[in-house]
Design a protein around this ligand. Structure first.
Ligand SMILES: CC(C)(COP(=O)(O)OP(=O)(O)OC[C@H]1O[C@@H](n2cnc3c(N)ncnc32)[C@H](O)[C@@H]1OP(=O)(O)O)[C@@H](O)C(=O)NCCC(=O)NCCS
Length: 154
């Protein structure tokens, strides 16, 4: 399968939103439809396009159809342990029909290049314990940190 990974553009909004909050999309995967309002989705998309906000998205385009079939959303932040910024891969998604064809790996490799371009000393992400499918990819392209993530109780 021939796929191009490129930065998101304004014209991608409808297709990106469809993968983000549409049926069988990323937010549904996390059963979080009640949390992500249209206001949040619009603000997030606008931030990708704002040159002054260090939040980015790359999309995977199926070269045979021109359709967007996946995305990686990532951002940079300061780190007390390094002079350089750190990159956090916030969201990774490939549409159900296009999985297991190497698209997720290509998106992560693109994010690694972006980490180099943006001079980030580290690049990291988290996943759910039970997300074994994602971990089958992650063990090939990354190393397990050994850290657990905690949240303030809501
Ligand atoms: C996780 C996700 C992004 C992976 O995308 P993908 O395009 O299917 O991933 P790839 O095809 O690039 O890579 C899958 C890798 O895992 C391996 N793999 C996956 N399932 C496997 C299985 N059942 N048995 C053996 N290997 C498996 C593949 O061999 C492949 O390795 P390779 O690159 O060496 O061939 C995709 O499944 C997805 O969007 N899931 C829903 C959302 C999600 O979980 N996002 C991540 C949140 S942290």
């Amino acid at each position: 399968m021939s796929v191009t990974i490129r930065p998101i553009e304004a014209k991608d909004k409808e297709e990106w939103l469809n993968l983000w909050t549409g049926a069988n999309g990323y937010i549904e995967f996390y059963k979080s439809q009640d949390k992500i309002t249209p206001e949040i989705s619009n603000a997030t998309f606008d931030r990708f396009l704002d040159a002054n906000t260090p939040m980015y998205s790359a999309v995977a385009v199926d070269d045979s159809t021109g359709k967007i079939i996946g995305f990686a959303n990532y951002l940079t932040h300061l780190n007390t342990w390094t002079i350089e910024d750190t990159m956090y891969l916030n969201d990774l998604f490939v549409s159900p029909d296009n999985r297991l064809k190497g698209v997720g790996r290509k998106l992560i490799e693109y994010v690694y290049k972006e980490a180099d371009r943006l001079n980030c000393g580290k690049c990291y992400w988290s996943t759910q314990f039970e997300n074994h499918r994602a971990q089958l990819l992650y063990t090939k392209v990354g190393v397990k940190s050994g850290f657990l993530t905690y949240f303030r109780p809501s």
